[in-house]
Design a protein around this ligand. Structure first.
Ligand SMILES: Nc1ncnc2c1ncn2[C@@H]1O[C@H](COP(=O)(O)OP(=O)(O)OP(=O)(O)O)[C@@H](O)[C@H]1O
Ligand SMILES: [Mg+2]
Length: 285
């Protein structure tokens, strides 16, 4: 397997994906550089999750090429397990094992997949639990944690595998509003540490503050991408403006009074998620 370090962390070329007759990705060209944080926004059904899932081959692309760290994952001879070990993936659902403690959830894949010995796996797990502010929960079972805590455990579990990059698919959208800030704070910290991140999110304030770049998807295409202040603050395309108006002012969208002209409302004015809170004394670092 060839790795070329000067290649982007993620490179997608002319990616198409069909589900039966339905073409859900219609020629995506997209890159994420090492250390870059890219937020992907767009309406429901626009293909955001499918794009993420094609990057680690959870969905096989219909045509086109995907490279991760310079390795072509769409090449027929690729060792996809080796590529996936480099990619941390976070979903809306946390997918923790309910019958295992937090610590066991963090060590099981390290031991089975990376063949780490028990002492090393526990050391790595504890380091990463500290990173997400949940050291004292290592003996708890997932059902004993809040949704936000479970999602932070899921982040710590992904980090324990030592990924080169992280893919997030709406990691906060299943959470009660007051729990969102803690998870976003962990993600912000990861971004500040230089982790390469591709984040599908509806959290516009997070995208605006943390992303190096924002890509807006609609109808299986990337309609526009650029600096967050530009894409969110003064989008070029009418479709982006319409979407942002709906996200930033859902009440207006529900009654169908959303004209497709004029600037989008400023992100600061609406839909600001709760400010991150410091929990358990040693977080965020
Ligand atoms: N496994 C599948 N089989 C058939 N159609 C699918 C499958 N997965 C997704 N689709 C369809 O592909 C399109 C894109 O779906 P996708 O989940 O990528 O959208 P999305 O942008 O992530 O939406 P959301 O914001 O609701 O999560 C949708 O029309 C969806 O119904
Ligand atoms: Mg989705």
């Amino acid at each position: 397997m060839r790795t070329v370090s000067d290649r982007p962390a993620i490179e997608v070329r002319d990616l198409h994906k069909y589900f039966g007759e339905l073409e859900v990705l219609r020629g995506i060209d997209f890159r994420v550089q090492h250390g870059e944080v890219v937020c992907v926004i767009g309406p429901s059904g626009s293909g955001k999750s499918t794009l993420l899932r094609c990057i680690n081959l959870l969905e096989p692309p219909s045509s086109g090429h995907v490279y991760v760290g310079g390795v072509e994952v769409t090449h027929p001879d690729v060792d996809i397990d080796a590529v996936r070990r480099k990619i941390g993936m976070l979903f809306q659902a946390f997918n923790l094992f309910p019958h295992l403690t937090v610590l066991q959830n963090l060590t099981i894949a390290q031991r089975r997949v990376l063949k780490r010995d028990k002492t090393e796996a526990i050391r790595v797990a504890r380091d990463n639990l500290a990173r997400v502010g949940l050291s004292e929960k290592e003996g708890s079972y997932p059902a004993q944690l809040s949704g936000g805590q479970q999602q932070r455990v899921a982040i710590a579990r992904a980090l324990s595998m030592g990924p080169d990059l992280m893919l997030f698919d709406e990691p906060t959208s299943a959470l009660d509003p007051e729990l969102v800030g803690d998870v976003l704070a962990v993600m912000r910290k990861l971004a500040n540490e230089g982790m390469t991140m591709m984040v599908v999110t509806h959290e516009m304030s997070f995208a605006r503050e943390v992303a190096d770049r924002v890509a807006f998807m609609d109808g299986g295409m990337i309609v526009e991408e650029g600096e967050p202040a530009q894409v969110i603050g003064s989008p070029r395309h009418a479709r982006t403006r319409t979407f942002l108006r709906r996200v930033l002012d859902p009440a207006a969208a529900e009654v169908g009074e959303v004209p497709d002209t004029g600037p989008a409302p400023r992100v600061d004015d609406a839909a600001t998620p709760p400010a991150p809170r410091t929990v358990h004394g040693h977080y965020p670092g």
